[in-house]
Design a protein around this ligand. Structure first.
Ligand code: GAL
Length: 437
């Protein structure tokens, strides 16, 4: 897009060659024209977008989307509520909607999309979906997520993989350690690292970050069927099952590999500790990869991106999605344009490369993917046998159930006096009361 400044450049250049008495006049005229051009180049519309992305790579991803929107003459008005996994952003969004001050666009992931659509809060943009053949280009499970009652209500951006283990290659090389593919190998490496004075596992006590680790342990312990029984279907018997007890035990036993006491730190602070060699491993969604890349650490060189032990056949997923708030309909054209931009193949390729996620498309540009992204995309493409919805990132169940389960997991982790069987009983009771009959 040509800007006002570049358009006027030849004119300003000719000023310098004019006689002094004319220079002043020309300068005034130039500024006057510049002012006119600036005020006449009005934007078609502007959209306020509420999201929670504030880290280096997240910021870059937002800037990228805003620049694509600007090319369509639409201003992205940023309403960022920084909060890992969007905890506070969700609260602010709800209160703004309740007070009749909703933004035009919001980041809303997973099960919430359907709930908000049922309340009539979301704009339906079926024509964008049908004109761009979303039913054909999207992964079937993603296509299902974007619809409510057969209407298109969401524009998915990218798919993150949660069961990712990041390994600091420099430290592993220094201490001559093998990349851990099993829990036994993990324990061997962790022990040696600790003896050498290195924190084996970077971990925060933020409830959502603890839940992110714990859900990967459940998957590792008992597989996708069991995981779905407890976190999606909320089967009471699942929470009482010995396999769930085992996952809790491993969760607690991993505490010894973390810095003591485990502190409440943001995920990107921990990624920084990991990048600087202050911790050797980290279990977190692959947005950490994007952050490490943004700081100059290359995938496969500075760090290894692996599956959490014994989860390599699963893609524990989290899908970042934008919804358009219905409002009075006055921003419909701009909102539809944003939805269309988000799913254009070129934007999908570039955006996901910056964000660390993978395209939601069945046929994406693979050249934009590193080894970590390729593994993630190929696994997700296997379909329902591999895809497992993240509890912590709102893909598995409603907000109230998620929060109730995470609160118990958090209590268990923080207080060593709480027993495994107590926690199982409490969660079993919660499941019984939450389960829809
Ligand atoms: C997730 C989100 C990611 C990333 C992460 C950390 O829920 O899907 O894109 O932002 O939270 O805040």
């Amino acid at each position: 897009m040509q800007t006002a400044n570049t358009r006027l450049l030849p004119f300003t250049e000719c000023i310098s060659s004019s006689r002094p008495q004319w220079r002043q006049v020309l300068r005034v005229v130039t500024w006057f024209i510049l002012l006119m051009v600036a005020s006449s180049s009005t934007w078609a519309d502007s959209l306020q977008v509420l999201h929670w992305w504030k880290s280096t790579s997240e910021h870059k991803a937002v800037d990228f989307l805003a620049s694509k929107l600007a090319q369509e003459n639409i201003v992205w008005r940023d309403a960022v509520i920084p909060s890992g996994s969007g905890v506070s952003a969700g609260i602010v969004l709800k209160s703004r909607v309740l007070f009749g001050n909703a933004p035009e666009v919001a980041q809303l992931n997973g099960v919430l999309i359907g709930e908000w659509a049922e309340l009539g809060l979301l704009l339906e943009f079926d024509a964008v979906g049908s004109n761009n053949k979303w039913d054909k280009i999207l992964f079937p499970s993603v296509w299902a997520l974007t619809q409510s009652k057969a209407h298109v209500v969401a524009a998915p951006l990218g798919i993150h993989r949660i069961n990712t283990l990041f390994v600091n290659r420099k430290l592993f090389k220094k201490y001559d350690l093998a990349l851990p593919e099993t829990w036994d190998e993990f324990e061997i490496a962790a022990k040696k690292l600790q003896q050498a004075g290195v924190v084996p596992l970077a971990q925060s006590s933020e409830p959502w970050q603890l839940a992110t680790l714990f859900e990967t342990l459940v998957l590792s312990e008992a597989g996708a069927g069991f995981y779905n029984d407890i976190f999606v279907k909320k089967e009471q018997s699942g929470f009482l099952d010995p396999r769930f007890g085992q996952a809790l035990k491993r969760f607690r036993s991993m505490k010894k590999w973390m810095a003591a006491p485990v502190q409440d730190r943001s995920w990107n602070e921990l990624a920084r500790q990991f990048a600087d060699g202050g911790a050797a491993m980290m279990v977190m969604g692959d947005w950490v990869k994007a952050e490490l890349n943004a700081w100059g650490l290359a995938t496969d060189v500075g760090f290894a991106c692996m599956a959490v032990p014994q989860t390599e056949n699963y893609h524990l997923y989290d899908i970042d999605t934008l919804v358009m708030l219905a409002g009075d309909g006055s921003h419909k054209a701009a909102q539809e344009k944003l939805a269309q931009i988000v799913l254009s193949p070129a934007v999908q390729g570039d955006y996901n490369q910056i964000k660390g996620s993978v395209p939601v498309l069945r046929n994406p540009d693979m050249s934009k993917m590193d080894s970590c992204a390729r593994t993630s995309w190929k696994l997700f493409a296997r379909g329902s046998a591999a895809q497992v919805p993240s509890l912590a990132h709102r893909m598995a169940t409603d907000e109230i159930s998620k929060d109730a389960i995470i609160a118990e997991i958090y209590r268990f982790f923080m207080d060593d006096q709480i027993t495994v069987s107590d926690t199982q009983r409490r969660l079993g009771a919660i499941a019984r009361s939450l389960k829809k009959t």
